[in-house]
Design a protein around this ligand. Structure first.
Ligand SMILES: NC(=O)c1ccc[n+]([C@@H]2O[C@H](COP(=O)([O-])OP(=O)(O)OC[C@H]3O[C@@H](n4cnc5c(N)ncnc54)[C@H](O)[C@@H]3O)[C@@H](O)[C@H]2O)c1
Length: 256
């Protein structure tokens, strides 16, 4: 019998970027339960969190190099980092627009670039999963920066899937509809928004963190071994109807 190598003894290693809160935190819990050794990285500091800002290329490169150096392998990477802003296109502050694109789209690119590089270097047929959104396909008034960045992210992942397929590396996106998290909770305080969302969701409710985590876990693991370049919609059917008109609800709240 051959002597086990260092790699044989180690668990599969996953990195969850944006894993300190909301969906990312739930995904980290799920992947741990699935047996991964999970590294959580985030801009927000916290216990057990490796600090990284996805807009900082030096930091993102160091994150993945550090994980490989420390753990000796890398199997799955989930990018859940994201921010949003609100404003009509004709009124939108350009710096705010850029900030959303920088985190959601350019940050997504930097994660795919440096995680992908490490997987190619290791010769690992790993899985890269990026959180996109229902808003990648369904426009929401007032959400131009977010919608545009998320649509770009889906295409970015597809191009990356094309390029990395020959290495056996899979690249997919998960596009949730509404899940109440710190990102979306403020919109729930606007009277009528939640009801409008639910009215336009055939399954009649928002999703849960666990449901999104299950879809991500599927894309990370062997059961999706023949899937790449896919965008998995997960929204109770909301993509079949229309997105809530947030500006109209805000206007009614301000001028009842
Ligand atoms: N909650 C939803 O309804 C919903 C729906 C569709 C898509 N999404 C997407 O899912 C992902 C997670 O969202 P969430 O609802 O859990 O939000 P959240 O605000 O709870 O979590 C987002 C995390 O990203 C981190 N982050 C933000 N900017 C960062 C940066 N520059 N570098 C590193 N980390 C950064 C935050 O610190 C936070 O921990 C986002 O990409 C979001 O766009 C969420």
């Amino acid at each position: 019998m051959s002597t086990p190598t260092r790699l044989d003894r180690l668990d599969r290693v996953a990195v969850v970027v944006g894993g300190a809160s909301g969906l990312g935190a739930g995904i980290a819990v799920r992947l741990r339960a699935d047996g991964y050794d999970v590294v959580v990285a985030d801009r927000t500091p916290g216990a057990g969190v490796v600090e990284v800002d996805v807009t900082d290329e030096v930091g993102v490169e160091a994150l993945f190099a550090g994980v490989v150096e420390q753990h000796g392998r890398l199997d799955a990477v989930v990018n859940a980092a994201g921010i949003s802003t609100f404003g009509a296109v004709v009124d939108h502050d350009a710096a705010e627009f850029r900030a959303v694109v920088d985190v959601c789209l350019t940050g997504g690119f930097l994660v795919l670039k440096h995680a992908g590089r490490q997987l190619v270097r290791l010769g690992t047929p790993g899985s890269l999963v990026t959180l996109a959104s229902l808003n990648a396909r369904q426009p929401g008034p007032g959400l131009a920066a977010y919608c545009a960045a998320k649509a770009g992210l889906v295409m970015l992942a597809q191009v990356t899937a094309l390029e990395l397929g020959r290495h056996g590396i899979r690249v997919n996106t998960v596009s949730p509809g509404l899940v109440v998290t710190p990102l979306t909770a403020p919109a729930m305080d606007v009277p009528g928004v939640r009801e409008d969302y639910v009215d336009n969701t055939p399954l009649g409710r928002p999703g849960t963190v666990e449901e999104v985590a299950a879809a991500v876990a599927f894309l990370c693991g062997a059961e999706s071994a023949w899937m790449t370049g896919e965008n998995l919609d997960l929204n109770g059917g909301a993509h079949l109807q229309r997105y809530p008109d947030l500006p109209a609800h805000i206007e009614r709240m301000l001028n009842p």
